[in-house]
Ligand binder design. Sequence first.
Ligand code: SF4
Length: 366
Amino acid sequence: MISIPPFAQLKEQIVSCTGEDVQRSLRTDHLDTADLAALLSPAADTYLDGMAARSAAITARRFGRTTQIYAPLYLSSFCTNRCSYCGFSADNKIERRLLSLDEAEAEAMILHQRGFNHILLVSGEAPAKLGVEYLEKLAIRLRDRFAAISIEVQPLSTEEYERLFNAGITAVAIYQETYNRHTYNEVHLSGQKCDYDFRLDTPSRAAAGGMREVGIGALLGLADWRAEGFALGLHLAWLRKHFWKTALTVSFPRLRPAAGEFQPIIHVTERDLSHLIFALRIFDPDVGIILSTREEARYRNGMIGLGPTRYSAGSCTAPGGYSNPDQSGEQFSIGDHRNINEVCAAIRQKGYDPVRKDWDAGFQLQ
Ligand code: SF4
């Protein structure tokens, strides 16, 4: 199992990097983790334009002039964990809802009619209410209508991931939230999620269960963003080495306003987020980078082609919110309120193709 060094050690390595280190890393074709530390360092701040240009060139070479499109489908707001930064936290007094299979299918069909071919099934972590059986049944109902079905739910076992893969779910997103063990213990107050190591090992179990794609990430605003990016890069490199057949994605969602009114511990600016995206793209040219509707339309438009490869669109973060736009109980408020057609138009305007389908279950049978 991977072990992440203490944040103090990561920060020390990052701040010790010099401008010469950054220049050397920018000239290198195959970067190692020392190069990633250099690209994330304060010394790299003055090289951001060059990093953006290199990140854009690598992204165009590896992914073409494309941006993938997906939408989240919230299934349940029940959660047994208490995470101080989340609207679904068990101690928040919000109206909770679990969609029936029929309701979830109806929500999915709304997204299908809007032109989505890739959906991400999301839920709070309450296995007694929404477990593997529910996901398996839903996937079987939906798999012939969507090219890709991903999940972002509670951590599961390898056998459970295998079962869901066989039902038609091809990707798993599981974010560590923060790789800083001390902060992790402070913001995860009770529930299964308090187990840092079990969560850290979850992407490995998903990959071992045969998932085609695994997404990892850190929630920005909880701990030092440079060390967070470095730890995420270490996790990414470890997964690449041990699960070379699995496609990998990263995401760096910034904290958004949510029930409970948690205030970010660290302020992370759009410039910081861009810096992280460029560094991770240069470090790992093949990694998919997700930029969700947590960010505002202006920023997302500006980042098209510079590193991110996948955008969500027309998102609602409350279960049942697509059939009932007035549905309360969202996990967090979003920053980009455009629908799929508006997001696709903005992507085309930049000279890129919005891609609604980049996978077919038929590939799996060969
Ligand atoms: S972050 Fe996830 S596990 Fe934590 S309270 Fe929110 S939904 Fe539950």
